[in-house]
Structures are given as structure tokens and as C-alpha cells.
Write a protein that binds this ligand. Sequence first.
Ligand SMILES: Nc1ncnc2c1ncn2[C@@H]1O[C@H](COP(=O)(O)OP(=O)(O)O)[C@@H](O)[C@H]1O
Ligand SMILES: [Mg+2]
Length: 302
Amino acid sequence: MQKVIETSGICKKFGTTTALDNISFSVNESEVFGFIGPDGAGKTTLMRVITTLLLPDSGEIEVLGKNCRTGYKELRKEIGYMPGRFSLYQDLSVEENLEFYATVFGTTVKENYHLISDIYSHIEPFRKRLAGQLSGGMKQKLALSCALIHKPKLLVLDEPTTGVDAVSRSEFWDMLGKLRKNNITILVSTPYMDEAMRCDRVALIQNGKILAINTPQSIKNDFSSKLFSIKSREKYKLILALRSFSETNTSYPFGENVHVTFKDNILPPSLKGYLTDYGVDDAVISESEAGIEDRFLELMQT
Ligand SMILES: Nc1ncnc2c1ncn2[C@@H]1O[C@H](COP(=O)(O)OP(=O)(O)O)[C@@H](O)[C@H]1O
Ligand SMILES: [Mg+2]
């Protein structure tokens, strides 16, 4: 299988901040590959290195068989990049934005329209509207159309769903799934752990380091402890109680519940009594399946 991205030992510092710390990974053709990590993890910096907009301090990087230092001119034509904050011209209309991006890359909207027709059809009725007056979800679709209009081989999307409503988020991932069928490789970053499940493989990134690279399912399966989910009306009190309980290994809020692991990997018989004495008398305890976020937190502690 051809590698679309191949990096080894990428390092990048900004002053005393280490943004990328010895990053090595590769991405296969037609893969949807996710960078998953919190704010400041290094996702944007890594994407800027891959799109040839930033040179690493050290390390090797090849994209689509070209060296990012020497081949950047040809490479930029083969990459579609959607930066975190939308790259649209707010005072140009929808169709003017699209025309603009096509022209910059020496192509026409007509030539590659088939690639974007599915996505663009949602915003086509508003083609005369200024981009600045579109909703978040529509801006996102237009930005994706603009990133695709020159028929890139690699699409790089930096947090495309951040600040977009849940329905648009889900629609967006459906569209990415369809794009893959056109032999387009997709690199996408997100702070939303649930979106990791929509990728073929993901890299979990924290403090400029890759903590794990695998399929989302394998990452979940690597969770090594027995996980319990505990619910109470008094969630905050429950967390305080769990954190002061001697048998607790980890405990953190997870949606409506608190996710907990215990030192001996079993539910301590004394827990219920301890919680009641603490003033949490309605705790419902169940065993739970670990998600990506649980594994992420586990990796962060080792
Ligand atoms: N141009 C820059 N100058 C100084 N520090 C930067 C710059 N870009 C990023 N950083 C720092 O590098 C780290 C990684 O940032 P970034 O790649 O933007 O993370 P993410 O996209 O995952 O939120 C952060 O600590 C950030 O403050
Ligand atoms: Mg970022």
C-alpha cells in the first residue's frame, strides 16, 4: 500500500515551547486518519508541517512521495487545506469564494464539480449570499468545497467540526466517508473523542507527543482496567467522595456519570457504605465499557 504521509522524528519548538516532540507516523492511501487531542496538543502545528507551511526543526517528512522542503511547490497543488478558523473571504459571495479557490489552482469550478456536488448542493440555494452571513454549518460546507475544488489527493482538515452543531457535525462525517471513495486521503483533527470512532485510524496526541496510533476499536480495547460508571444526583460530592476513598485508582467525570477504576481492579465491597457515610446515598454503580477518552486519560497517566 502506498504511503501518503511518512514522517520520522519530527520536532518543532516555538521559543521554549516544544510543540512537536519526536513525531513519527505514516498514513495510507484513502485512509481517514485522525489527530485526536486537547487544545495545545500540537495538532495544528503538525498539520502546518504536513501542508508545507511550516518547516520542522528536525526530522524527516515525505508527503505524496515528495520531500516537504524541496517539493513544496508541486505538493501544495496536491493538498487541500481547511484551516481551523475558516479560510473564507467573508465579503465575497458563496459562488465567488468557490470561483476564487478554483482560479488560484488554475482550474474551474465546472471541471471538478462532481467532487463537491453532494456537499455544495446544501449551500447552492444561497450562492449569492456573502460568506460572512452564512451559519456555522454552511460555512463549514463551503470551506470544504473550496478545499476540494482543485481535486487534491490529500485533504487536511483542522478541527472542521469545532463550534458546529451536532447535526452538522454528523453530516460532515458522512460527507468525509463518501470522499474517501474518490481516492482522497483525509487527515482530520478534532478535540471531540466521539469523532475518533469515525476515523479508520487515529493518533492520540498530547503535549507534542503521540501517545498511541491505532484503529479506534483497538485503542478502546487497550484499556487495561475494569471500568465502573457511577451515577448520583450529587455528582460533585460523588467525585469528592471517590477521590478521598482509599481504594480509588482514577475517577473523572464522564457526561452524567463518573468513571472510576479501583486499585485491585474489583469493585470494593466497602464502597457503597463509604459513599453513604459521605452523604451520597443514591449512587448507582455499573460496569462500563471503556471509550477512547478513557484510554486517552489512562495513557496520559503512564
Ligand atoms: N506560532 C506560534 N508561536 C508560539 N507558540 C506556538 C505557535 N503555534 C503554536 N504554538 C504553541 O505550540 C503548542 C501546540 O499548539 P497547536 O499546534 O496550535 O496545538 P493544537 O492545534 O493541538 O491546539 C501550544 O503550546 C501553542 O501555544
Ligand atoms: Mg489547533
